[in-house]
Design a protein around this ligand. Structure first.
Ligand code: NAD
Ligand code: TYD
Length: 351
């Protein structure tokens, strides 16, 4: 096989990363895809069993905060490009353990930037460092308006502050050292393989087990939801067509108030589980609000749409249906990831 590019994907055993790895391994047989992941509670190699034996795929277990290891890895492999997804990603965990987020999201990103820089600083030609970020760096919107690429950063949670900080360092390495970067900031993702601590998979799992659905505050918080496979396609688009030094907002053009989303989810679950209409909704329980809870996120994704030709392909109703079907058909995946450490987290978070 004639290898055209060596690509390092970090966090490829996680939710979004596994969809990105699969897409790249299948679509680009002449790329060598190296998946570097520490396999934290959120990383799961079961997500990738279908492609684990492909000749252009390699898994490397390792931690992006381990500087000597990362430095050596780059010296040995000399990756042409990095798609950096590895992160601590859950807002509620960042409230109880902010330092873990600084360590992985800020210091880990710096360590990758330094290794990439020392590998290529003689000539960055045809090289690319792609940093995957979130719309949460912009803080919160009121009831109107949209986040554009020009919205100033105003993070409110330790998670979003750590992602904002990492975005700044990526950009600063571009300005200071000429490091060729692109950044994308995406809205809330949903879909198969998402760890059941985030809203949608947590509630699917709870409905299956007839457990309460803990809606924070009054449920009138708004998020813009994107199907994870559409995000993976957007990442492919930005990776290949994005202009160096630019950032791209990615979103679903799909805003939902939490309470309305949860009610739609409940209706679909009742139908799919052949349960009496209204039985899942009866599980809704309003609980204490999240501290610093951002009211509303909504993305203006017109830049990536107009300049790179990407738009979401799946409607929310369709994507949600597919997501529920996947969780119902993969109960062993769910029970494997909900055993052990996740149970103690759940107890701490919800009592
Ligand atoms: P995830 O928590 O499901 O996966 C994160 C992965 O990173 C896991 O496989 C984990 O093992 C790995 N990881 C964590 N710490 C590591 C370390 N120190 N070294 C190596 N690997 C490590 O996260 P996700 O939802 O797939 O998010 C992926 C990226 O996309 C993150 O950077 C996140 O900020 C960003 N993002 C997520 C969303 C979303 O809705 N999930 C939206 C926008 C942006
Ligand atoms: P989440 O999936 O944690 O994503 P993010 O905080 O990154 O947006 O939460 C989505 C929304 O759902 C957010 O407004 C918080 C809310 N939420 C609940 O109401 N209850 C829950 O148990 C969880 C996990 C989230």
């Amino acid at each position: 096989m004639n290898i055209k590019k060596k690509v390092l994907v970090t966090g490829g055993a996680g939710f979004i990363g596994s969809h990105v790895v699969r897409l790249f391994v299948r679509k680009y047989p002449d790329y060598e895809i190296h998946n570097l992941d520490a396999l934290t509670y959120a990383g799961n190699l079961e997500n990738l069993t279908d492609i684990e034996n492909e000749p252009n795929y390699r898994f490397i277990k390792g931690d992006i905060t381990d500087q000597p290891f990362i430095q050596e890895l780059f010296e040995v492999h000399r990756f042409d490009a990095v798609i950096h997804l590895a992160a601590e990603s859950h807002v509620d965990r960042s409230i109880t353990d902010p330092l873990a987020f600084v360590k992985t999201n800020v210091i880990g990103t710096m360590i990758l930037l330094n290794a990439f820089k020392s590998c290529w600083e003689d000539s960055f030609e045809k090289k690319r460092f792609y940093h995957i970020s979130t719309d949460e760096v912009y803080g919160t919107l009121g009831h109107t308006g949209l986040f554009t690429e020009k919205t100033s950063y105003n993070p409110n949670s330790p998670y979003s502050a750590s992602k904002a900080s990492s975005d700044h360092f990526v950009r600063a390495y571009g300005e200071t050292y000429g490091l060729p970067y692109v950044i994308s900031n995406c809205s809330n993702n949903y879909g198969q393989n998402q760890f059941p601590e985030k809203l949608i998979p947590l509630f699917i799992n709870n409905i299956i087990h007839n457990k309460p659905l803990p809606v924070y505050g009054d449920g009138n918080y708004t998020r813009d939801w994107l199907y994870v496979k559409d995000h993976a396609i957007a990442i492919d688009t930005v990776f290949h067509k994005g202009v160096i030094g630019e950032t791209y907002n990615i979103g679903g053009f799909n805003e939902w108030k939490n309470i309305d989303l949860v009610k739609l989810l409940c209706q679909q679950m009742d139908e799919k589980l052949n349960r009496e209409k209204g039985s899942s909704e009866a599980l809704i329980t309003f609980v204490k609000d999240r501290p610093g809870h951002d009211l509303r996120y909504a993305i203006d994704a017109s830049k990536i749409k107009n300049e790179l030709g990407w738009k979401p392909s799946v409607t929310f109703e369709e994507g949600l249906g597919k997501t529920i079907d996947w969780y119902l058909n993969n109960e062993s995946w769910l029970s494997n990831v909900t055993s052990g450490t996740y149970k103690s987290y759940y107890k701490k978070q919800y009592g």
